[in-house]
Unconditional design. Structure first.
Length: 738
């Protein structure tokens, strides 16, 4: 089925398909039904002078009846309405006699004696909507209420094999033949009532709506048009709605075509060559009023409610909800496609709803790899089912959900005690929420929950995200988990939780989020757990480097009452900074910095300082990160259970050579019974020695630590070897022994 022009909303919606995920379906159905409603309803939006691309004739020139051969029959014969066969009638717009509203062809027309009703056999009619398209209607029979035989019907019913085709004009202003393959939208049903006065279109029978991208069946339809405000006032499918969105036949964007107002034919010239077989015979003429119209478009806002059980399925994914909503902004009864996000340039950069949310589950510093399009199955047909009813209503003001320049938004919702559930077999992902919302221009995806029932998203090989509310900008790459939340890996061995919120930033390409994480921030009571290690802080900020498969962690900063606890000890500080070395697609920690009232305890050892820096090496066979060197500064104090201690302004440890250097004015190193003081003290564990390369003092106490057994001081240097008990001093020295 061929589709041209901006009125084919379903085709233009393809531009937002990849970034939108399954929410696209709701918008496509809502807008396509809105399109069908506006087109097939006896629209008054084009009434009056100045309608672009519509036949405009002088009243005196409008023929009552024109037949294909011979003289036209006189349907007013005998002072009343007489019968007519095989004829074509042009009917005036009842509000604007200078405009042709209908062009009706029929096999037979029989008026009801003494009444205003006309029965028509095999009617075929063009209805001119007043814009760049027209509606072609045909049926087995029809009954019209026509008080004025020269004007359009006031009401009536089409019966038997009713078919309505929305046909776009060609670039030269002509209308193609009324064939299904030329229709942007095709609607079929068994009977259809219309009331042009009330602006209403109704059927209780099944209605089938077809377009290039959509196949839908509705259990009845009711449409009401507000003629004064020139808008659709009400649309309802009272029963079940089933629709299928098909993948696009051609990926290339359809070029825009000139409007008939730009290429209109001259007055009196047939736009199609004459006759209903090739289109209406009325002339297309542009009114001067049309060209002088304001450039500011008329904006209309609509809200659609898909009530009853809603189910969206693709071969690889499913979404179920209790209801769904959609909001649409039209400008001059058209969807402003320029506000929609263009599709990403490569399929690999597209992330469906489940992948975008599941990419937040990074507790193990491991991200789900973004799959290729053929692996995701995004181009498979999407089936939509709604138990009904479905309603569309206008809104007098822009809804809040369409803020920030959005023209389309959709939401899945759950009633109290229920959940919106989504599953994705390609990603091995599943989850649930109170509601899921997507705005198309800002490309903002939001999952909503409550503290007692938060949102949940799980990827089998990656982990689980639990949060009260999750939002993700697919264009900006900025995401947020508001309220308390938890990230855990697939094995449940690693997790991060927070009290207030978590924020993430993904890298973007061509204006779309990729699967490469750049930054993650958690705020308020942050708690990290990893293989027996628990770290808590008020805030945590992690940065990730780009890698070929996704991203790898390169730095983590934690602030506010930082506390780390392992099976071997604890560490507290006001700030902790962990830095990694990135090598290809992997990274390993290489530097840890703790500042602000640092206190550490491990294996019977305790240290306090204002700052501690530790050089790190990859984990050993037991999974413990190795410390190769450490530096402590600012009122450093080190204690061991056996009484060994060290204190000074700075202490450095080289774990590889087992050397310790203490600096101060003075620094002190000792045990329960011996103390060495000096501005610089060097301890060599392998040599079992202590060196003081400058002035210092040595004190030896008795076992009670009350009597001084030996006191030595020097002005040059000192070296003491513990294994041999040798003491050597240089410079002026003083030795006192008791």
């Amino acid at each position: 089925m061929r589709t041209t022009g901006e009125t084919c909303f379903s085709e233009r919606l393809h531009a937002a398909r990849r970034g939108a995920g399954n929410s696209t379906l709701l918008i496509a159905i809502a807008v396509s039904l809105l399109l069908a409603a506006s087109a097939i309803l006896l629209s008054r939006s084009g009434s009056g002078a100045g309608g672009s691309g519509q036949p405009v004739l002088d009243e005196a020139d409008i023929p009552d009846v024109t037949g294909p051969v011979g003289d036209p029959p006189d349907i007013r014969a005998g002072g009343g309405i007489g019968g007519a066969t095989n004829a074509t009638v042009q009917l005036k717009d009842r509000n604007d006699p200078s405009r042709v509203a209908w062009e009706l062809e029929f096999d037979a027309l029989e008026p009801t004696p003494g009444g205003d009703t006309v029965d028509v056999d095999r009617p075929r009619a063009w209805y001119f909507t007043g814009n760049d398209s027209a509606v072609y209607v045909r049926a087995d029979a029809a009954s019209f209420v026509m008080p004025d035989i020269t004007s359009e019907p006031e009401s009536g019913r089409f019966t038997g094999n009713v078919e309505l085709l929305q046909i776009d004009r060609a670039s030269d202003g002509t209308l193609p033949p009324p064939l299904p393959e030329n229709a942007g939208v095709r609607l079929t049903t068994s009977w259809l009532d219309f009331d042009a006065i009330a602006g209403e279109l109704v059927t209780t029978e099944t209605v089938t709506v077809l377009s290039e991208r959509i196949e839908a069946d509705c259990s009845g339809v009711r449409l009401v048009l507000n003629e004064v405000d020139r808008r659709l006032e009400y649309f309802e499918v009272p029963g079940r709605l089933v629709a299928t969105i098909l993948p696009p036949a051609v990926e290339a964007e359809t070029p825009s075509r000139p409007r008939p107002a730009e290429t209109g034919t001259g007055s009196g010239q047939s736009p199609t060559g004459g006759g209903l077989a090739g289109g209406p015979s009325g002339a297309a003429q542009t009114s001067p009023a049309a060209s002088s119209a304001s450039d500011e478009p008329e904006r209309q806002f609509y809200a659609a409610l898909f009530d009853g059980r809603v189910r969206v399925t693709q071969p690889e994914r499913r979404v179920t909800a209790d209801r769904a909503r959609a909001w649409v902004e039209l400008r001059d009864n058209r969807l402003p496609t320029e506000t929609l996000a263009a599709a990403p340039s490569t399929p690999r950069q597209a992330m469906p709803l489940e992948a975008a949310v599941a990419a937040l589950t990074l507790a193990a510093a491991r991200q789900p790899e973004t799959l290729e399009a053929d692996e995701l199955g995004l181009d498979e047909p999407i089936r939509f089912e709604c138990a009904g009813p479905v309603t569309i209503r206008p809104m007098n003001e822009r809804p809040a959900v369409l803020g920030g320049g959005d023209s389309l938004a959709a939401r899945f919702e759950a009633r109290e005690g229920s959940r919106v559930v989504f599953e994705d077999d390609a990603l091995a992902a599943e989850g649930d929420a109170d509601w899921v919302e997507y705005a198309f221009a800002s490309r903002l995806l939001t999952l909503g929950g409550r503290s007692e029932a938060p949102t949940r998203t799980t990827m089998a090989e990656t982990g689980t995200l639990v949060a009260e509310q999750v939002s993700l900008g697919l264009g900006t790459g900025v995401g947020q988990a508001a309220g308390a939340g938890l990230l855990s890996d697939a094995d449940g061995e690693r997790s991060v939780s927070w009290r207030d919120q978590a924020d993430v930033v993904f890298r973007t390409e061509d204006g779309w989020m990729t699967g490469s994480l750049e930054q993650a921030i958690a705020s308020g009571g942050v708690r990290l757990r990893d293989a027996g290690t628990v770290v808590t802080a008020e805030d945590a900020n992690a940065r990730f480097a780009r890698a070929s498969n996704s991203a790898v962690i390169e730095r983590v900063v934690m602030t506010g009452d930082v506390s780390a606890e392992t099976s071997r000890g604890t560490l507290t500080a006001r700030r902790a900074d962990l830095r990694f070395i990135v090598e290809g697609d992997d990274s390993s920690p290489h530097l840890a910095i703790a500042t602000g009232g640092v206190r550490g305890e491990q294996d019977g050892q305790r240290v306090t300082a204002e700052q501690i820096e530790a050089d790190l090496a990859p984990a050993d066979d037991d999974g413990d990160i190795q410390v190769t060197a450490a530096r402590a500064t600012g009122d450093v104090r080190y204690d061991r259970d056996d009484g060994t201690f060290a204190e000074g302004e700075a202490i450095s440890v080289d774990a590889m050579s087992n050397r310790v250097i203490a600096l101060g004015a003075p620094a002190s190193v000792g045990t329960a019974e011996s103390i060495v003081r000096g501005e610089r003290i060097e301890l060599d564990d392998e040599a079992d020695s202590i060196d003081v390369p400058g002035p210092g003092r040595l004190t030896l106490l008795d076992e009670t630590r009350t009597l001084t057994r030996l006191a030595a001081s020097w002005s040059g240097s000192m070296r003491y070897t513990d294994s041999g008990g040798d003491l050597a001093v240089a410079g002026e020295a003083e030795l006192v022994s008791t």
